[in-house]
Design a protein around this ligand. Structure first.
Ligand code: FE2
Ligand code: FE2
Ligand code: FE2
Ligand code: FE2
Length: 399
């Protein structure tokens, strides 16, 4: 059944405020919950953080007091949604366990988006990026075994494989080569806009997380690995945000943000296995329908256009968390050695890439390689979770 968020009625803004009792959500059971429920929570937290930050940036450019007040009212509700969503995570996980869950989100969400993306240039951007977060998962899983003496399958279950992707040391590019070419806003499929916003928000949340939690570890190798991967998440945010057409007006961007929130809450409502969490997705969808209606009014008023001109007539099929093992193995076979050059992709190390590599490595092994060696030294082998047989390409690990 098709669902057109522009035609549905939500909860009036005046009735969206929640008190402490309602914001005090019951967290998921860390031992019993589906790992993909945790992935949906992390994704929606990233989306709500982006909603709040985007609205702040918009407000700083807004000279109309009444509009600024309306933005503040909606933004306060987004901030409450962010609290309700992120507080579904139980406090029992370590920073490293949450990190592994973040990289699982990056892997299975980006792989899904890559599979569904209709535009070949955008699809390539997701295929390129996913092999890097796939490798981060493997590096952090080895750190986890080393310092917490536990295995990452406790977190990812058997849903996502843990093994080398494109080796992390090869992710350090000249920043110039992280900037992609944007889609054309007048020609692009509506689904492509939603994909770009979703992955941008997810990567931004990962970047912010590593910025802040990296120095909370005392072990030198942990501190160093968070620095290294934290810098790559900066590259990933640059990579994905540059896909969005910068010619969109502020009101068009606001409309896309609210529409994407509707899309994702609707997707997760349809696919959620945990009833209490599903109830939150449903409640928040009803709130977002009203945010969308208000954004559509601003769009009509300031851009003088009809929202139907930029939005899809109905929601696309739901964003689904599911294993992508075969897809990722195919990408490993075909794209593990790809690097970026300008806004395109090549297979040979070019001068700018090599210069960046030399400058940042300083002739030493990076933390992402040392963490594997340390873990081999302690446990006699590195940590991998290869549920579908041996690694398809046998990646060499030392630069
Ligand atoms: Fe929201
Ligand atoms: Fe990552
Ligand atoms: Fe990333
Ligand atoms: Fe919203």
């Amino acid at each position: 059944m098709s669902f057109d968020p522009l035609q549905e009625r939500g909860i009036p803004l005046d009735e969206q405020l929640r008190g402490w009792r309602e914001l005090n959500v019951t967290p998921i059971d860390p031992d019993a919950a589906d790992p993909y429920t945790r992935c949906r929570i992390i994704t929606m937290n990233g989306i709500e953080v982006e909603a709040v930050m985007f609205s702040h940036h918009l407000a700083r450019h807004c000279a109309d007091l009444e509009v600024e007040r309306q933005l503040a009212r909606v933004r306060y509700i987004e901030a409450q949604q962010q609290k309700a969503v992120n507080w579904l995570l139980p406090g029992s996980s370590s920073v490293l366990e949450t990190t592994i869950a973040y990289e699982q989100v990056a892997v299975d969400l980006t792989a899904w988006v890559a599979r569904m993306e209709p535009d070949p240039y955008l699809k390539q951007a997701y295929q390129f990026g996913v092999l890097e977060d796939f490798d981060h998962l493997y590096r952090y899983a080895n750190l986890y075994e080393m310092i917490e003496r536990r295995k990452a399958e406790k977190i990812v279950d058997q849903l996502t494989e843990v093994m080398p992707g494109r080796p992390t040391y090869q992710h350090h590019r000249d920043p110039i080569d992280n900037v992609r070419r944007p889609y054309e806003r007048r020609e692009t499929e509506p689904l492509s806009r939603l994909h770009a916003l979703t992955i941008m928000a997810a990567e931004q949340q990962t970047m912010n997380f590593y910025m802040n939690v990296g120095p909370t570890y005392m072990e030198p190798i942990a501190r160093q690995l968070y620095q290294e991967i934290g810098l790559i998440e900066e590259e990933h945010v640059t990579h994905y945000e540059s896909l969005v057409d910068p010619g969109e007006s502020w009101w068009e961007m606001l409309l896309n943000h609210e529409y994407n929130e509707c899309y994702l809450y609707h997707s997760f409502m349809e696919t959620e296995s945990e009833p209490k969490v599903r109830a939150i997705w449903e409640l928040h969808l009803m709130m977002e329908l009203e945010h969308l209606r208000l954004a559509a009014e601003l769009f009509k008023r300031f851009d003088g256009r009809d929202p139907d001109q930029v939005l899809a007539p109905a929601l696309p099929p739901p964003v689904t968390f599911e294993p992508n093992k075969g897809y990722l193995r195919d990408l490993l076979t075909t794209q593990v050695d790809v690097i970026t050059l300008g806004t395109g992709y090549v297979r040979e190390a070019h001068e700018r890439f090599t210069r960046m590599q030399e400058a940042i490595m300083g002739g030493e092994q990076p933390p992402s390689e040392r963490v594997i060696e340390h873990n081999r030294a302690i446990n006699g082998r590195e940590y991998r979770l290869e549920t579908e047989g041996p690694h398809p390409v046998g990646v060499r690990l030392t630069p």
